[in-house]
Ligand binder design. Structure first.
Ligand SMILES: Cc1ncc(COP(=O)(O)O)c(C=O)c1O
Length: 460
């Protein structure tokens, strides 16, 4: 090939020589990123002065110097999850080996749509899903698929459940979830072409767990009204308080009535591969499908959600189209054929590298430390002053006793601002008609002295 056609401009990595330019740029980028991460303590979880200018592409490309200064500005105006006061959401610091996994996935630019576009990564995703499935007690027919986030994993499951029940286009088909289940189920119902009234909400008990009597009543009511149930969702870790629905009882009901059980384990599912004793976890292999989303607590970088199913043929039967423009290989499933997404990045690499780096002991250490921080917080928060809502996981929502809804709005608003000025970022979920403050103890950098400081600010 003529030399002048090669590397005229350095747009792409070279396939010849050493790629010196790319190495220099990667090194510089790594230094900027690491600098930003290690400056977190100086800057706080959120930028104080939002000053990021969104510069759009111009006629000519910009210089490296311009771009690096824009990258720095982007970082300096970003939420910083490594700050020990970052306690608002299910967004912990990124695991080091997951950062590397993201880099490798970007450089590979393989596509999980098909085996021919991602040979090693296809096998990796298949094997890792199988490993997870076996760990939680599914049998040989099981497996899974990665997707960009818990919402999509849940949606993949529910579409498969409806298809499996033969209710594809039936407008009378309904989904049962607890009143504390995640809001994404509203989206799922809409995307599935159903009315929001097809999402039946089951009451929770005083621990935030699905009330089994209410579930039974709702099931009977559905059958009287000739509604067809395509799935019941049990939540393994609710968003506001980390409660776990009674999975064993729900699974027995599903078995008796031949209903698909989906477990939304976006938050708590990862506990099931450890020996940490949490009620309900030993029954999760009774489910037809389960979402596990290790980005939410382990710090695998976003996104890294998995849907595991007890029988892979349910995904194949639901999503297979034949992919007419793609070759297939015997005994290997093109992974664009078992879920909603077509082209998909190799996100599995960061999950795999993160988990390989941690090992089961490291995973357990991170999860246990989250629970320990939650326990320390609960032990030391004033029980006289606050109503506290929590569960077996690492999430706590709380509010001064006897506040009316309007006062809860004002109090949480003021408090969130006051806390962020002191470098603590908490969230304010709406729950039971009031606003609460919520602390998510998934940040490995947060220690007891940080928690004491936070409690001091809450008491003030
Ligand atoms: C219990 C639960 N399920 C599902 C989701 C949706 O996950 P994602 O935001 O990754 O789509 C969340 C988000 O926090 C959640 O808490």
């Amino acid at each position: 090939m003529a030399e002048d056609l090669i590397n005229k401009e350095i747009y792409f990595p070279s396939y010849l020589g050493t790629n010196d330019k790319l190495i220099t740029l990667l090194n510089r980028t790594s230094i900027i990123l690491c600098d930003w991460l290690s400056k977190a303590n100086k800057n706080g979880p959120l930028p104080f002065n939002e000053s990021f200018k969104c510069m759009m592409p111009a006629e000519d490309g910009n210089s490296e110097e311009d771009l690096f200064s824009e990258i720095e500005s982007l970082l300096n105006n970003s939420f910083n999850p490594v700050h020990p006061g970052s306690l608002a959401h299910l967004d912990p610091p990124p695991l080091i080996f997951s950062i590397l996994g993201d880099l490798i996935a970007a450089g590979l630019n393989n596509n999980l749509l098909a085996y021919e576009l991602s040979p090693s990564v296809t096998l990796l995703e298949e094997s890792l899903c199988k490993w997870f499935a076996e760990k939680i007690g599914f049998d040989d027919f099981s497996g899974g698929i990665a997707a960009s986030g818990g919402t999509l994993s849940n949606l993949n499951a529910l579409i498969a459940a409806r298809n499996n029940a033969g209710l594809g286009t039936n407008p009378n088909s309904v989904l049962l979830v607890s009143e504390d289940a995640h809001s994404s189920f509203i989206k799922c119902i809409k995307v599935m072409g159903l009315d929001t009234s097809n999402l039946v909400r089951i009451k929770t008990d005083n621990q935030g767990r699905m009330n089994i009597n209410d579930l039974r009543k709702s099931l009977d009511k559905c059958s009287i009204e000739n509604k067809k149930i395509f799935a019941i969702v049990a939540t393994l870790g609710t968003t506001v308080r980390g409660a776990i629905d009674p999975i064993r009882e729900i699974s027995e009901i599903c078995k008796q009535r031949n209903i698909w059980l989906h477990i939304d384990g976006s938050i708590g599912g990862i506990f099931a591969i450890t020996s940490i004793p949490i009620e309900g976890l030993n029954s999760i292999n009774k489910a037809n499908s389960i979402t596990i989303n290790p980005q939410k607590i382990l710090g695998i970088t976003k996104t890294s959600s998995l849907l595991l199913v007890s029988n892979m043929s349910t995904l194949e039967n639901t999503f297979n189209t034949g992919l007419p423009y793609i070759s297939s290989k015997e005994n290997i499933i093109n992974r664009g054929e078992i879920g909603i997404q077509g082209s998909r990045p190799a996100e599995i690499i960061k999950l795999w590298l993160g988990l390989r780096f941690l090992g089961l002991n490291g995973i357990e250490d991170i999860l246990k430390s989250s629970i320990k921080r939650k326990d320390f917080f609960i032990k030391n928060i004033s029980k006289n002053k606050f109503d506290i809502y929590s569960g077996p996981l690492h999430i706590v929502s709380f509010l001064p006793k006897e506040l009316e809804p309007k006062e809860s709005d004002e109090w949480t608003h003021t408090k969130v601002n006051e806390l962020i000025n002191n470098n603590f970022m908490l969230s304010r979920p709406k729950f039971k008609g009031k606003y609460f403050l919520r602390v998510v103890m998934g940040n490995y950098n947060t220690n007891e002295s940080h928690i004491k400081e936070l409690l001091g600010l809450l008491d003030a």
